[in-house]
Ligand binder design. Structure first.
Ligand SMILES: [Zn+2]
Length: 478
């Protein structure tokens, strides 16, 4: 392993305000003793595969093009393109239309360094951690086996640890198994300069049992115990120089399900409905976009609305796609979130809520939108590259993580839109330890009494979304 070697470890779906000394003592200590990024955020939409891709490319969806967990893609124009499915991603990859940005895997290969993936996430999310791993000959271990895993890595893990246990919620057996695979097989076998380890908890349990569910707390404790095993192994001198810990988004409570997913008039065009929804118009003129926005803001289910004209300016009643850094040619003409609580006034795991589209039951956790509970993530780091016991309140988000890791490795960040979090770094580089200036602003739009707001930070000319909410006739529970 070379200088700056890093393990990036993820707790999927962990809200920052759910980390406590009681529930997650190992993570709590890691955050207190290391560098803790108090204002870390996810991306929009706050969905796992969008988050993974934004992390691994160091760029937001507007640059990389994985604009939602599911959307309408030219390679499957008449069906939904599902980023959870290996087949769909493979189809896009073969057409050269999966990603518009360099990935960390490609950067490591170019620099002659090694990268490994160890994942308990879905097939699609695991693929997006290193989308061209197989082509590049970089090792992947997924609990789903082939084709996600590299065959020889899969065989080596199973030969040493036995068969992969079945999935469950909490997913204790699989997460524990994968943790052992990381420490006992992947590191000794591959000595990766960069490794990503993904725990799919507490996300899975939180969806099923709720953000504050007893089983979700068990999942948090279980994931933290495995993190504790990794910390003991690392403190004994094993593994990488640095450890960065993140979550990809939080969750809020789903209160009521849409009765049907057919909520968009067929004459508008094709639609992908979720926590975040996209409409691909048959007629994408500015006038038609304005008509659709007009209709949307009068619907009970509607939260924030996004639509841009050809110049990238907002359609009346909507916010422009650029405001959420999701302006991409593969994106929808008009997008919207489902109605959610106003996180500007009061927020917290016990009050945040939303309408949801499908597959969870009321009381279960959901994410994808712009509520603060969905966007506020965990980000912390320890190791020789990072300041110790340092609390940084400089806002940051998922696309900043890989540029920071690359900087600690002495490699270029060119081609990524994220910002190396230099304020957190130690070393001879004159940029290190310097805090950037932060500006705050709130964007708004109004139509037929439906009000929407988006709070942003601006750092070095680039924006990060803090959170968004609706009021007026668009208010929650009106
Ligand atoms: Zn996730």
């Amino acid at each position: 392993m070379t200088t700056g070697s890093t393990l990036l470890l993820t707790f999927d779906g962990l809200r920052r305000d759910r980390v406590s000394a009681e529930l997650m003592p190992n993570l709590f200590r890691f955050m207190a003793e290391g560098c803790n990024f108090l204002n870390s955020r996810s991306i929009f939409p706050s969905e796992t595969r969008v988050a993974v891709t934004s992390t691994m490319t160091g760029s937001p969806p507007g640059a990389h093009g994985v604009v939602a967990n599911q959307f309408i893609h030219a390679v499957r124009p008449n069906e939904l393109f599902r980023t959870s499915e290996w087949e769909d991603l493979e189809l896009a990859a073969q057409a050269g239309q999966l990603l518009d940005c360099q990935t960390m895997g490609e950067r490591m290969a170019r620099a002659g360094r090694t990268m490994a993936v160890v994942s308990t996430a879905t097939r699609g999310a695991s693929r997006m951690m290193n989308s061209s791993a197989h082509v590049l000959g970089q090792p992947v271990f997924s609990v789903h086996g082939m084709p996600v895993s590299t065959p020889d890595v899969h065989e080596a893990v199973v030969a040493q640890l036995g068969e992969i246990p079945p999935a469950d919620a909490p997913n204790s057996a699989r997460v524990t198994y994968a943790t052992t695979a990381l420490m006992d097989v992947i590191y000794p076998r591959h000595k990766p300069d960069f490794c990503i380890f993904w725990m799919n908890e507490p996300d899975t349990s939180s969806h099923k049992f709720g953000v504050l569910g007893v089983e979700t707390e068990l999942a948090q404790r279980m994931a933290d115990e495995n993190f504790g095993r990794i910390m003991a192994w690392w403190h004994a001198g094993n593994g990488p120089e640095n450890i960065v810990v993140m979550s990809d988004h939080g969750q809020i409570t789903g209160h009521a399900q849409l009765e049907t997913l057919d909520i968009i008039p067929a004459e508008f065009g094709r639609a992908s409905i979720g926590s975040f929804s996209g409409i691909y118009l048959d007629d994408a003129s500015n006038a038609r976009k304005a008509e659709v926005v007009d209709w949307l803001v009068q619907q009970d289910f509607c939260g924030l609305v996004f639509a841009s004209d050809a110049e990238g300016e907002a359609i009346p009643g909507a916010l422009p796609w650029s405001s959420v850094r999701n302006d991409h040619a593969r994106g929808a003409d008009v997008g919207f979130t489902l109605s959610a609580t106003n996180c500007n006034d009061t927020w917290g795991p016990d009050v945040d809520g939303c309408i949801f589209a499908a597959w969870i039951t009321p009381g279960g956790g959901m994410h994808g939108g712009l509520n603060r509970g969905e966007l506020s993530t965990v980000l912390a780091a320890q190791g020789p590259a990072y300041r110790r016991a340092f609390q940084s309140d400089v806002p940051c988000w998922l696309p900043d993580i890989i540029p920071t890791v690359l900087t600690t490795m002495g490699l270029t960040t060119e081609g990524s839109e994220g910002r190396p979090l230099v304020e957190a770094l130690v070393g001879d580089d004159p940029r290190f330890g310097r805090m950037p200036a932060v500006e705050t602003r709130t964007l708004s739009a109004e139509r037929h009494g439906h009000e929407q707001y988006l709070r942003q930070w601006v750092i070095e000319g680039k924006t990060i979304v803090d959170y968004g909410w609706t009021e007026g006739t668009g208010a929650w529970g009106k």
